[in-house]
Design a protein around this ligand. Structure first.
Ligand SMILES: NC(=O)c1ccc[n+]([C@@H]2O[C@H](COP(=O)([O-])OP(=O)(O)OC[C@H]3O[C@@H](n4cnc5c(N)ncnc54)[C@H](OP(=O)(O)O)[C@@H]3O)[C@@H](O)[C@H]2O)c1
Length: 368
């Protein structure tokens, strides 16, 4: 059986990944920086574990290669974020030790950093894929699906609505990302990232549950990955604003506060104590919806809708499937996106997922 390691195993999402891996018959080694949190989890599942931090590059590379792992790890599943702080040391360790790499980031800067490893990963015959979770597997597959139907498309819109709540890790990563939103929200125009005011262009989007939602452009990992997947130069990712519209004028103040390290750390500590993440019932029952539309300059367009499972459950299920495919030699070397590696239909392999080329008649009423 392949030999792999899950880092950040005791985090909210890490635990879901461990459960999914065990359910599918794997015996990954568990890792993280806190042995007191790691040991009971590993014991519960009868798995080996190893505690190490990410701060000392040489020690990290050794931890990833050596000791009980013979032969060295085939793959590292990185679940410890914010990845802006944790991903690069792990990528370097994987390159040094010859292990494939996946993570569950949604952070644009992290995707761009992973892409910079493309040539080195190819030379080493390794696959490094960032974003094997809800961000960006379903949207990346949908981006490729509509782009494949309209060669020459110049515009891509991805609209996302995820029902259910966020974990502490996601909330903290959002707080971390807020400081990067220096001039408002972000879209991609003419191949480049461009800032636009928060809440500047709101629109109603109809999803396949028959409900229209008011969305606004917010930065999502696809601004990096869908560009790599499709080459479409103008990309907008729409979501529901996570704060009430009346709070938008205060966004700049929030961002300024979050850029002060002690205040951000205090806020993150409060989040870690207060925010629990979706419970088991929500993970089993909530749904996520995506609408994708590619258009060209002549006014032609291709569109599709997706209904899939709750985001954290999807992250564990899709992430483990992708790890399996990489270890089975089914992914190209380098830094492909999920849809470049496995095609637009990969998302349909996830239980509870349906794709529609048109809205069912009973869902079309009130479409905008
Ligand atoms: N792609 C997606 O759709 C998706 C889905 C779910 C989660 N995520 C992302 O995944 C990350 C984890 O989310 P979560 O819900 O599992 O959060 P969580 O419960 O807060 O867990 C975070 C984990 O990361 C570890 N960690 C954080 N900073 C670290 C560092 N500098 N060195 C080593 N370990 C570190 C934590 O260890 P300690 O307890 O020792 O600090 C913990 O194990 C977040 O960035 C979140 O945004 C993405």
């Amino acid at each position: 059986m392949a030999n792999w390691l899950i880092y950040g195993a005791y985090g909210y999402t890490g635990k879901l990944v461990v459960e999914e891996a065990v359910k599918r018959g794997h015996k990954p080694m568990l890792a993280g920086r806190n042995r007191a949190k790691l040991a009971p989890l590993a014991e519960k599942f009868g798995l080996e574990w190893r505690a190490f931090g990410l701060d000392d590059g040489a020690a990290l590379a050794t931890a990833v290669t050596d000791a009980t792992a013979v032969p060295p790890f085939d793959l590292i599943f990185h679940a410890a974020g914010p990845f802006s702080r944790t991903s690069d040391p792990m990528l370097q360790a994987c390159l040094k030790s010859g292990a494939h790499y996946v993570d569950i980031t949604g952070e644009i800067a992290v995707f761009e950093n992973t892409f910079r490893y493309d040539a080195k990963a190819r030379d080493a015959g390794l696959t490094f894929i960032s974003g094997v979770g809800f961000d960006v597997v379903p949207t990346d597959c949908m981006a490729r699906y509509v782009a494949d139907q309209l060669p020459g498309a110049t515009e891509l819109e991805l609209s996302i609505t995820a029902l259910g709540s966020a974990s502490a890790g996601t909330t903290n990563t959002m707080l971390e990302s807020m400081t990067a939103l220096k001039k408002g929200s972000i879209v991609r125009r003419h191949g480049r990232y461009q800032h636009i005011p928060i809440n500047a262009t709101r629109k109603k989007v109809m999803f396949s549950d028959g409900r229209a939602r008011t969305l606004t452009p917010l930065p999502w990992g696809d601004l990096a990955t869908a560009y790599r997947t499709t080459g479409i130069p103008n990309i907008t990712t729409n979501m529901q604003l996570p704060i009430p519209p009346g709070m938008v004028p205060f966004f700049g103040l929030n961002r300024a506060l979050m850029s002060i390290a002690p205040i951000r750390k205090l806020a993150q500590a409060l989040v870690a104590r207060q925010v629990q993440g979706p419970d088991d019932h929500t993970r089993q029952t909530a749904k996520s919806y995506i609408y994708a539309r590619a258009a060209d300059e002549a006014g032609n367009f291709a569109e599709a809708w997706l209904e899939t499972i709750e985001g954290y459950r999807l992250t564990a299920v899709a992430g483990v499937r992708i790890a399996e495919k990489i270890m089975a030699g089914e992914a190209p070397a380098g830094t492909p996106t999920p849809a470049l590696a496995f095609g637009p239909d990969f998302i349909l392999e996830i239980e509870g997922t349906k794709r529609f080329d048109a809205l069912p008649d009973d869902k079309v009423m009130g479409r905008h």
